[in-house]
Ligand binder design. Structure first.
Ligand SMILES: [Zn+2]
Length: 472
């Protein structure tokens, strides 16, 4: 099975150039001109960019939350991801205190098996550190292929771990070769502010944002960074939303602390005023951390440009407006947190980032694919266009203009958070390991074809460059 993609412009995290790509079976076999075409299917990519398939390092598919479950499962979620140019996701496997980690991982495999249309890996949530957990962790990395652990500093009495758990996870992960991921918000103070708001009768969606101010994200980010410095560990801060947090990450990186930051499309293009939409529509925009004051958007774009933040996760976590978000009509704390973002992640970054010259084309590839592959043990199998890499490829039309809408999206939810947004650029065809999953904007893949990715250990050589002191 040979394919040749001809006449396109290849863009990687490092280079932009004209060349053709020969795909044999699942891999990229050759890159160049006048490739041996005998027996090959020819794909004309004239006028298109050729990107490595996107890697979304932050998704929640088929995840229980607040008495309900995300609308998108592994089938609808990965098909929507493929439409958007993403060929790999890394999803969060939730754990419960007192339950073996292995059991939680089995549950997550059951969700994904026979449903995923693209390749996937798991991060593992750490809710407690005890002798049982410590004994299990080495096999999680070596046998299960899960080399990143997530700790929550927020969601008190649900997911939140204490500081000692975070610190011990950092120490243990460093020992074993894993990257620690953290949801950095001060859960204790949020809990207090939330109870106070409800006691005062403040139940509308906007109070979700007002009870989780940016200072509490900055404080928790700074605390996590300091604990990482003490542990000489490795930290990845998920969904960074604001200047307060970017400052703490920058300060730590300038000191040589091994800390990385992710942001999400919603924080780059939406703002806190969306939570004030009438008729409870504000609930569609309830994320944690919340959308921020608009001034933070340029801070985040600049941080991506300057390398203070390095990746874009979708934080896909979708709930219908009807029947799910509505659970919080009388009480904002009962609104399921999260939104549908897996499909539009790359297109928004291309349109708002590259087309508006906030980041370069090569930075776009880096933040939507290559850097995540490197940080999460998938490089160079995934995340680049190179001989020997998996033929995960996006053929992208950079000129088409369109509006994002729930009427045309492929996620299972009844609204789109970016409804009506005019953007430029769209994936035309997408290949996963040499096979079309999207061809001429139609899904031609198959649920269950996606493979679980056992990921390599964290590469500690990726440490930040302390020669480059930055300010926010
Ligand atoms: Zn998340």
């Amino acid at each position: 099975m040979k394919k040749i993609i001809k006449n396109g412009t290849i863009a990687t995290a490092a280079d932009t150039y004209q060349a053709d790509i020969l795909i044999e079976n699942e891999k990229i076999a050759m890159i160049g001109k006048d490739l041996p075409a005998e027996g090959a299917e020819i794909i004309d990519a004239k006028g298109a960019y050729i990107f490595p398939g996107g890697i979304d390092p932050h998704t929640h598919l088929d995840m229980p939350f607040g008495g309900t479950t995300t609308k998108d499962d592994y089938e609808t979620g990965t098909i929507a991801a493929a439409y958007g140019g993403t060929t790999t996701i890394i999803d969060f496997c939730l754990t419960e205190k007192g339950v073996p980690l292995k059991k939680a991982i089995e549950t997550w495999h059951e969700k994904a098996n026979e449903k995923a249309a693209i390749d996937y890996g798991f991060h593992l949530m750490i809710s407690e550190i005890n002798d049982d957990v410590l004994a299990e962790l080495p096999s999680i990395i070596d046998n299960e292929g899960i080399s990143s652990f997530k700790v929550f500093m927020a969601y008190k009495n649900v997911f939140q771990a204490d500081d000692a758990t975070l610190y011990r996870t950092l120490l243990q992960a460093k020992e074993l070769g894993a990257l620690v991921m953290v949801h950095a918000e001060n859960g204790d103070v949020i809990d207090y502010l939330t109870k106070q708001a409800l006691a005062e009768g403040n139940t509308d969606p906007i109070y979700h944002a007002l009870t989780r101010p940016p200072e509490l994200e900055g404080e928790a980010t700074g605390r996590a960074a300091k604990l990482t410095e003490m542990a000489n560990g490795h930290l990845y801060v998920v969904h960074v939303t604001c200047e307060d947090a970017v400052e703490k990450i920058t300060e730590a990186r300038n000191k040589g602390v091994d800390i990385w930051g992710e942001t999400c499309p919603q924080y780059l293009v939406l703002d806190q005023s969306y939570l004030e939409k009438p008729h409870f529509e504000g609930s569609k925009y309830v994320w944690s951390p919340p959308l921020r004051d608009k001034k933070n958007q340029e801070v985040l774009w600049n941080a991506l440009k300057m390398g203070q933040l390095q990746t874009i996760g979708s934080d896909q976590c979708s709930f219908d407006f009807k029947g799910q978000k509505e659970l919080g009509r009388e009480d904002f704390t009962k609104i399921p947190n999260g939104g549908p973002t897996i499909e539009d992640r790359m297109s928004i970054l291309f349109s708002e980032g590259v087309m508006k010259e906030r980041i370069t084309l090569n930075q776009f590839v880096d933040v939507t694919s290559t850097r995540a592959a490197k940080l999460f043990g998938l490089f160079p199998k995934k995340g680049t266009i190179a001989v020997g890499s998996d033929a995960d490829i996006v053929i992208f039309d950079p000129k088409v203009e369109r509006a994002i809408s729930a009427d045309t999206h492929h996620m299972a939810v009844d609204y789109n958070a970016f409804e009506g947004m005019e953007i430029t650029g769209e994936p035309v065809s997408v290949l996963s390991r040499g096979q079309f999953v999207i061809k001429d904007k139609q899904f031609v893949g198959e649920a269950g074809k996606g493979q679980f990715l056992k990921r390599a250990k964290y590469n500690a050589a990726l440490k930040p460059d302390t020669g480059k002191k930055l300010t926010v």
